[in-house]
Design a protein around this ligand. Structure first.
Ligand code: FES
Length: 274
């Protein structure tokens, strides 16, 4: 059982939880994830580790309430326990030697995952442009934290209610057009966003890493649930990823596979919320 030591509502639909998990905190690195079950009959749900504190022995997860399992998790409060948390899983992000400037692009709750990537790179002395996209001002999260974890923070909103008016891809294109020389781009967020970031970077041959979050079950490479096609080959996001070369990912297949259980997910949520 894993105790929730902090619970914060970051916006109407996004929740931060700091969880007492000393063994996971001792080994966690940026890019890795955990799988949790709220109770013993719960669905196994992967969530990227947004932060960790090795001294306190805690990890932080940030999630959007989108379905039954995240609704159940969000109902827990400080002092409550999560039935199980397994991790750290996946391969930690590997950064090339000698990189000088990197754009980290986050979309919506994906910014919670972009943030630790930016923080790690920033601490290595890399110039980091953190491009964080949200639909509107009222759902912006982690602005202070992202500001401290980057050299240049570019908040973008689709409706122009805050920061740059436009999509993250527009901002990225503007920066490139303005002469920014990125050694690498890291994109984390909705699948279509990652696909379009790759379209922006392709003509410039900028290495572009994406963090994939397909349906996962065991998290150990045994079940095949998280199968993705990269460079025409089958990969398993839980053990080969979650980071992959975005130019080689079959995003259309990933989108199709991610919607496989849409009807069942809807029915489960209806049963839970009445
Ligand atoms: Fe089962 Fe990756 S979650 S193989």
């Amino acid at each position: 059982m894993y105790k929730i030591v902090t619970r914060k509502q970051l916006n109407d639909a996004v929740v931060l939880m700091e969880i007492d998990a000393p063994y996971i905190a001792a080994k966690a690195e940026a890019g890795q994830f955990i799988i949790y079950r709220v109770d013993e009959k719960g669905e196994r749900v992967p969530l990227t580790i947004a932060d960790y504190d090795r001294e306190k022995g805690t990890i932080t997860i940030i999630f959007q309430v989108v379905g039954a399992s995240t609704t159940e998790l969000a109902r827990l409060n400080e002092g409550d326990y999560i039935h199980d948390v397994v991790g750290p899983l996946g391969v930690a992000t590997e950064y090339d030697e000698g990189i000088k400037r990197v754009a980290v692009v986050g979309g919506g709750v994906g910014c919670a995952i972009a943030y630790p990537q930016a923080k790690k790179l920033h601490s290595m002395g890399v110039e980091v442009d953190l491009i964080a996209g949200f639909r509107s001002k009222d759902i912006v999260i982690l602005e202070d934290e992202m500001g401290k974890a980057s050299s240049h923070l570019h908040i973008c909103t689709d409706d122009g209610s805050y920061g740059y008016h436009g999509f993250v891809t527009n901002k990225l294109q503007e920066l490139i057009d303005g002469g920014a020389k990125f050694d690498e781009v890291i994109a984390i967020g909705p699948v279509p966003m990652m696909k379009f970031v790759c379209k922006v970077t392709k003509p410039y041959d900028i290495k572009t890493l994406v963090s994939l979050n397909p349906i996962m079950i065991d998290g150990t490479g045994m079940c095949g649930g998280c199968r993705v096609t990269v460079d025409g080959k089958i990969k398993y996001a839980c053990v080969d990823g979650p980071d992959f070369d975005g130019q080689k990912v079959d995003f259309d297949e990933l989108m199709r596979r991610n919607s496989t259980y849409k009807e069942q997910e809807k029915a489960h949520l209806c049963r839970l919320t009445g």
